[in-house]
Each structure stands twice: as structure tokens, then as C-alpha cells.
Write a protein that binds this ligand. Structure first.
Ligand code: ARG
Length: 465
């Protein structure tokens, strides 16, 4: 029996019902669906649209249904079509059974007064998002904290910084890690922003046009601790923007995780030999006995494809849909839930992987002494001696060319050789030619200098505590 049977001569064919059933996916919303129904009933009672007796019977039965679903006593079948039909069907059955004992015989049949499954699905999704957003923020914060711990642990480590994956300038490793903390913070802000728009109630849109019954949409929203209602009843049931926003936010998080993973994979390579994953987070090869592979980081990098796919999946579903609800929209959950699950998983695993990774503190420092990546320090040196920047850049370019030609480092040239390029070079220029001097000498706000990095560490310690 479907909810709409009387209008039809035949019931829906099994193949069609099975095809259109969504309970295997929206069954996850059973708590949200029941919470929404409870708020709706309480509103109907307050408005005297249903009696207090019927209302109480419904509220009690809904809690029993919740328990039975949780314990597995009520099992989902594709015949139930979706979670909304299942809960209502159970309710009608339950209160029907109790019929002879009292007033509630038909109470279950009153639950759906002045609402539609279109309202319900939109509401359930929003309640679910609200809950999941809390988890996403928590997991992002945890990863930020893990990064900060590493930044503190490796506060003295100097690494080469890259652009185009070519050595550019020395960096404090902590500075590099804090860049990720800072990008993840924008993710938290995006999630918080998304929460604002998720936490508004579509309930009472009554399919699309509102209702002739005297409902109070603000009241049910208030009971659900939502910040008001989506005013336009048509928009309330047609909108999936916030879901798209959430998957976009997840996509950006995943992009960040993928960049981090890529760096970890690189650092873990023998060529870099900087990061060492714990054995418990590494995999071997079925063929090559020596292999220690970074599969976890690679999988995080790879799973970005799923989340981007979800974003495009939902954008494509929503494109060109006429108002209001269309059954196409049932497919939203496939993408949205997969994006959420994948992002949560990856945030968690990124944090665990990082916790279980050691870095070789002194891997780079010696190698970087006199390295060409200190060239910019030489340019700044000349600029401090009043040589115009473009000219200084040119002079140091010539110095670099000589080094390349003679296969020497910057500290392998003599002062006499330097003087040939510019009389402004003095003995003290050699003080600049270590990676540590380079980072130490940085002055600008937000730079990789000791002082600025310490400032950033202090800032994030406070912010994340
Ligand atoms: N299972 C449906 C979905 O997820 C619920 C809404 C059904 N509404 C309808 N008019 N058929 O979208």
C-alpha cells in the first residue's frame, strides 16, 4: 500500500517501486525524520489542528518507532520506498493497533496534516547537515591541532621552500605547516557560514504552495532549534543550494588535504628523504620486498575525485529543474552523503597519518648552506646598500650564472670574485650564506623569521585551545 493508493487502479509495479525507492540511503535520516515529525505534531497541537490526545499518542509512538529502528526491530525494505513513508506507515499501523483501547485509533493518520514529503526531505537533510557540520568542524580543528603540534615539535627545522617545485628560499618547517593550519581555518569559516544557511526550516511549505490550515511554521522551527524559516514556500522545497555549498566546502577541504598528501608523498620519497611514515601507516609491495609505500596519503589525494564528482553530480541534477520539487532531487543524497563521509574520513586519516610521521630535523640544513636558493638574500643585501632592486637582481643573476658555470655554491666564490660583480659586496656578505641566516634575517610580518613564526605559533595555540 502506498500513501496515495486510492487514486490509482493499480499499484506501482515492483520494478518501478524498487527503482524509485531511496530508503537504503535516506534510512540514515530516521532520527531527523522523527525529530521533524515531533516538532510538526507539537505545532499542530498548539494550533489546535489536532487534539492534545492524538498528539500525545503520536509523540509517544514516534519515540517507540525510533527505538525499534535503532534496535533493528524495524527493518528497512525497498517496499517502504523512503524513510518518510516508513515512519508514517509504522505510525499508522501502531496507533491503528491500539485503536480499540482509546482515542488514538486514527491518530497516526493525522501526522501528515499540512506537510508533504517534499518538506520532510528538505528538513531532514538540513537537520542532518547541521549535525554533520559540527563533526566536520571538529575534525578540521583536530587536524589543525595536529599540524600545530608538529610545528612546535619541529620548530627549529629549516627546509627549502619551493615555487614551481624549484628551490626558491629557505623556510622554517613550522612556517610551512602553519600555512596548512591557516588554509584549514578558512575551511572552518566556510563550514560555519554554511551552517547559518542550513539551519533554517522548510517545514510547512506543504509541498509547494503553503496550506489553508492555520499552521505556525515559526513554532516548529523554534522547536527544532532552527534560526527561522525559509519564507517562500516554493523556495523552501526546491532549494538544494546549501547542500551544494556544503559539498563545495568539502571539495575545498579535500583539495587542501590533497595538497598536503602530495607533499607528504614527496617528502617520503627516497629522493627527499624528509618524512618517515610509521610502519603502521605504510604498505608494502606484493612483488618488491624493499617497498614502503605511502598508500594512505595517496588515497586521500585520490578520494578528492569522489568529492569533486559529488559536487558536479548534484550541480548537474539541479541544473534546469523547474520549480518546485522534482523526483530527480532524490538523487541529491547519493552525492551529498558520499561527499560528507569521504571528507570526514580523509580529515581523520590525514590527522592520524601526520601524528604517525616523523621528520628528519637536519635533513636539509647543511645541504642548503651556500645553496643558490640564498640568491634573494644577496639581492636584498645590495638593496640595503642602495643598489636599485632591478640592478641588484641583475648583478646576483650574474653571480648565479658563474656559480652554475663553475659548479660552485654561493659560498664557494671569493670576495674578490664577488667584487667583480659589484663593489658593494663586502666580507659580511658571507654571513648571509646559510639557510638559518636567511630565515633569521627575514623581517616582514607573516614571514618565515623565527620571531614571526613564533608569533604565528602563539596565535594558533590561543585560537585552537
Ligand atoms: N524520497 C523522496 C526524496 O528523497 C522524498 C520526497 C518525495 N516526494 C515526492 N513528491 N515524491 O526526494
Amino acid at each position: 500500500m502506498a500513501l496515495w493508493d486510492s487514486r490509482f487502479k493499480k499499484s506501482l509495479a515492483d520494478v518501478a517501486l524498487k527503482f524509485s525507492s531511496s530508503i537504503d540511503i535516506d534510512g540514515r535520516f530516521y532520527n531527523e525524520d522523527i525529530d521533524g515529525s515531533k516538532a510538526h505534531v507539537q505545532m499542530l497541537m498548539k494550533q489546535r489542528i489536532i487534539s492534545a490526545g492524538d498528539g500525545k499518542a503520536i509523540l509517544k509512538a514516534l519515540e517507540e518507532i525510533r527505538k525499534d529502528i535503532t534496535s533493528g526491530k524495524i527493518k528497512f525494505s525497498w517496499r517502504d520506498e523512503d524513510i518518510h513513508s516508513l515512519v508514517e506507515g509504522q505510525l499508522v499501523r501502531k496507533l491503528g493497533e491500539r485503536g480499540p483501547a482509546g482515542f488514538a485509533a486514527e491518530a497516526g493518520k493525522r501526522l501528515h496534516t499540512a506537510r508533504s514529503r517534499n518538506d520532510q526531505v528538505a528538513l531532514d537533510e538540513r537537520l542532518y547537515m547541521r549535525k554533520e557540520l559540527v563533526q566536520l568542524v571538529k575534525l578540521t580543528r583536530t587536524l589543525q591541532k595536529t599540524l600545530l603540534k608538529k610545528a612546535v615539535q619541529y620548530k627549529d627545522t629549516v627546509i627549502p621552500g619551493y615555487t614551481h617545485l624549484q628551490r626558491a628560499q629557505p623556510l622554517m618547517f613550522a612556517h610551512h605547516l602553519i600555512a596548512y593550519i591557516s588554509m584549514l581555518n578558512r575551511d572552518v569559516e566556510r563550514l560555519a557560514d554554511c551552517t547559518k544557511r542550513a539551519n533554517i526550516s522548510p517545514l510547512g511549505a506543504a509541498a509547494l504552495a503553503g496550506t489553508t490550515l492555520n499552521i505556525d511554521r515559526y513554532y516548529s522551527a523554534k522547536l527544532l532549534k532552527m534560526n527561522g524559516i525559509i519564507e517562500n514556500s516554493l523556495d523552501a522545497v526546491s532549494d538544494r543550494d546549501v547542500m551544494i555549498e556544503l559539498i563545495s566546502a568539502c571539495s575545498i577541504i579535500m583539495m587542501h588535504l590533497s595538497r598536503l598528501s602530495e607533499e607528504l608523498v614527496l617528502w617520503n620519497s627516497q629522493e627527499f628523504s624528509f618524512a618517515q611514515f610509521d610502519d603502521s601507516f605504510s604498505t608494502g609491495s606484493s612483488l618488491m620486498p624493499q617497498k614502503k609505500n605511502p598508500d594512505i596519503a595517496e588515497l586521500i589525494r585520490g578520494k578528492v575525485g569522489r568529492v569533486y564528482g559529488s559536487l558536479f553530480g548534484l550541480l548537474t541534477i539541479m541544473k534546469a529543474l523547474p520549480l518546485a520539487y522534482n523526483r530527480d532531487m532524490q538523487e541529491d543524497k547519493v552525492h551529498f552523503l558520499d561527499a560528507l563521509d569521504t571528507t570526514k574520513d580523509c580529515l581523520h586519516l590525514a590527522s592520524e597519518l601526520l601524528k604517525n610521521t616523523k621528520f628528519k630535523k637536519d635533513r636539509f640544513e647543511k645541504e642548503l648552506d651556500g645553496d643558490l636558493l640564498l640568491s634573494t638574500d644577496l639581492v636584498d643585501y645590495l638593496v640595503r646598500r642602495n643598489v636599485p632592486f632591478r640592478k641588484a637582481h641583475n648583478i646576483v643573476g650574474n653571480v648565479v650564472a658563474l656559480c652554475v658555470e663553475k659548479n660552485k655554491k654561493l659560498n664557494g666564490l671569493t670576495l674578490k670574485e664577488y667584487k667583480k660583480f659589484s663593489p658593494e659586496f663586502e666580507k659580511d656578505v658571507f654571513n648571509l650564506l646559510t639557510a638559518r641566516a636567511s630565515v633569521k634575517n627575514k623581517k616582514s610580518q607573516g614571514s618565515t623569521s623565527y620571531v614571526e613564526v613564533q608569533k604565528q605559533i602563539n596565535f594558533w595555540k590561543k585560537k585552537l585551545s
